[in-house]
Design a binder for this molecule. Sequence first.
Ligand code: C2E
Ligand code: MG
Ligand code: MG
Ligand code: MG
Length: 287
Amino acid sequence: SAKADGKCCGRSFDTSLEVRALRQRQLDADMRIALEAGELTLHYQPLVDIRRGRVVGLEALLRWHKPGQGWVSPAEIIPISEATGFIVEIGRWALRRACMDALAWPGLSVAVNISSIHVRMPGFHDEVAAVLRETGLAAERLEIEITESVLLDRETGVLETLKRLRALGVRIALDDFGTGYSSLSYLTEFPFNKVKVDRSFVRDLQDRPEKIAIVEAITTMARALAMEVTVEGVETPQQLTVLRLKCCDIAQGYLYSPAGPAAEIADLVRGLDEGLASATSDVILQA
Ligand code: C2E
Ligand code: MG
Ligand code: MG
Ligand code: MG
């Protein structure tokens, strides 16, 4: 608002920075309370195998309904939690919650976003192993989504951590691929099972041949490295048609479903699978 920007009072830019810093400190404090109070939840978004037309997994996404204020976007709270270190506690909680929730969806994988700050911590592998042991979820059903920022620092033992996770059976996905600082050599050095092509490459795909070329190049490269390709942000049948032609493996987006609460996932997946299998679903299948 004009007030929050400090403009109404004719004051300087600093005011808005101050206001922002204040809001961030407040949000951080509120979030710690919210986690304790059980106000943080995970919603799950289906991942669809494009060729087989079936839901194969779910991505866990953080949701916070702040009493009296409504939903607070992860885009706002994740960066703040990374700045304060609270993201590590969120990560621990999310891992356990997601592994427990996934027990209700046999045969489907569950993907958890983990901050690079957390992955770099020396105990991360042991934390994952303990959660799998305690929840009883098969390691093969857990996927860890990390971003390129993890890879920037070669000295932190991240490579070793990821290799040990792979040895457990856990799958590793490189999230938001194409938006960061990726050197292609990372892809050969790190043991990824899949890359997730960022939504920005999908958004106006139909009108932008260069974006199609990039998706195709990523797919070709991933094939050569025996990695799967997921595309995020698929919203239209037209986009799906292109992505199918370019041999992407898995699609995720509002075309199928946004993320939903754990209690609704079994029904959501059943409905989607039925829709994908039925002849009347050619909007989605034969798009
Ligand atoms: P992400 O991991 O790349 O997750 C995909 C984001 O795209 C989600 O936003 C999802 O709701 C959104 N999305 C999915 N399909 C569509 C679509 O068709 N169109 C559009 N416009 N958006 C779509 P969300 O839930 O707001 O999360 C944003 C980001 O916050 C995530 O991006 C991830 O980086 C981070 N995040 C979310 N939950 C967690 C968490 O538990 N831990 C950590 N460390 N980060 C998280
Ligand atoms: Mg993700
Ligand atoms: Mg992503
Ligand atoms: Mg993304």
